[in-house]
Design a protein around this ligand. Structure first.
Ligand code: 1CP
Length: 342
């Protein structure tokens, strides 16, 4: 029998949705913290295929999710393109910045990314051999705009100001950066699929800060190009797109990009999404991550409200964003029970 996640992504309406969680392998799990300590630091964990496969499998063993997501990070692609990348403990990622056309021309060509990223493909190969038969394997990459915001600013930013400023100052250099990331992403995701990923997801975490024509040019168009290239190379490969905080622009996003499923953040009302987004196919989401911290009757009520609101069409149950380090693992088990008994 085909895996539940693949059935939902193919457009099937199921009595119980497949369930997985963004950042399901992460610091809220003691076993993750132990393996991360064994690896030394976060990047060493990402580039260690055995340990990266181990942390990918941990939430599958503990909770029996319907999908595993490759353990890696969206910032490995900038590193593979030649950016310096490091993580400051307790703060987050730092990268060398791109502030001019000259910085851009110092980057490596997209074809070179495999040299850095080959350990990630090995992680995928290990997982493809070790996952239980009912568990689907998801590969992923950051969408070009979101990756560009980190490459330009050199870190996470609340408003993506530096990326907007670079776009305004030198639109052609900015567009060339988006193109370079787009090409690298096609090669990276293609290699993940060849290694055994059965689904790929594009994370556009900062899509919500693009307005009007910019949303079309830098969120829709690169996603469409990546998805078309992947489907040409790997016919039938399902793609999940996550244009986080896109608001009204969630409507028609699947049609405009060719995505098989659109992931909803938790600012979107599930009933509204059923009427306006799920009409085009599968949707994923969208429980607010804070319920994994607070638990209680609200967790059950919200998980069941979302499940019921999206029951009339294809749905993948997930959070609206990643689970946070302060979450209680017992609340994850309660969430799964609530969804399966809704
Ligand atoms: O200390 C740690 O252990 C590091 C925390 C951590 C983890 C667990 C980071 C640093 N990345 C990851 C793994 C990760 N990142 C996955 C693995 C698979 C899973 O979901 O379990 C995935 C899919 C990502 C994707 C990712 N990384 C995104 C897109 C999704 C999102 O959350 O919006 C983004 C924006 C990043 C960048 C990043 N990596 C790590 C942090 C703390 C950040 C955010 C930095 C910032 O904006 O300030």
């Amino acid at each position: 029998m085909t895996k539940l996640l693949l059935r939902a992504l193919a457009g099937e309406t199921l009595p119980t949705p497949p369930i997985w969680m963004m950042r399901q392998a992460g610091r809220y799990l003691p076993e993750y913290r132990a393996t991360r300590a064994q690896a030394g630091d976060f990047l060493s964990l990402c580039y260690n295929p055995e340990l990266a496969a181990e942390v990918t499998l941990q939430p599958i063993r503990r909770f029996g999710f319907d999908a595993a997501i490759l353990f890696a990070d969206i910032l490995l692609v900038p590193q593979a393109l030649g950016a310096d990348l490091w993580f400051v403990q307790g703060e987050g990622p730092r990268l060398s910045t791109i502030t001019s056309a000259a910085d851009l021309s110092a980057l490596k060509p997209a074809d070179d990314v495999h040299e850095t990223l080959s350990p990630i493909y090995e992680t995928v190969r290990i997982l493809a051999g070790e996952l239980p038969p009912q568990t689907a394997l998801i590969g992923f990459a950051g969408a070009p705009w979101t990756v560009a915001t980190y490459m330009i600013a050199g870190r996470g930013t609340p408003d993506q100001g530096p990326a907007h400023a670079f776009k305004a100052a030198d639109r052609s250099a900015f567009a060339a950066l988006i193109d370079r990331i787009t090409e690298a992403t096609i090669l990276y995701l293609s290699a993940q699929i060849e290694a055994g990923a059965e689904v790929v997801k594009l994370f556009d975490s900062w899509a919500g800060s693009l307005a009007g024509d910019d949303f079309d040019a830098f969120a829709v168009a690169p996603a469409r190009r990546i998805i078309a290239a992947l489907k040409t190379r790997h016919p039938g490969i399902p793609v999940i797109a996550f244009p986080r905080e896109a608001g009204d622009r969630y409507v028609g996003f699947a049609r405009a990009t060719g995505a098989d499923c659109v992931a909803l953040d938790n600012s979107v009302d599930a009933e509204w999404a059923a009427r306006n987004v799920q009409v085009d196919g599968c949707v994923q989401g969208n429980l607010a991550p804070h319920h994994m911290v607070t638990g209680g009757p609200d967790l059950k009520a919200e998980a069941q409200r979302i499940t019921r609101a999206l029951r009339g069409g294809p749905h993948v149950f997930n959070l609206g964003h990643g689970i946070t380090p302060d979450a209680d693992p017992d609340n994850v088990a309660r969430m799964i029970e609530a969804v399966r008994s809704a």
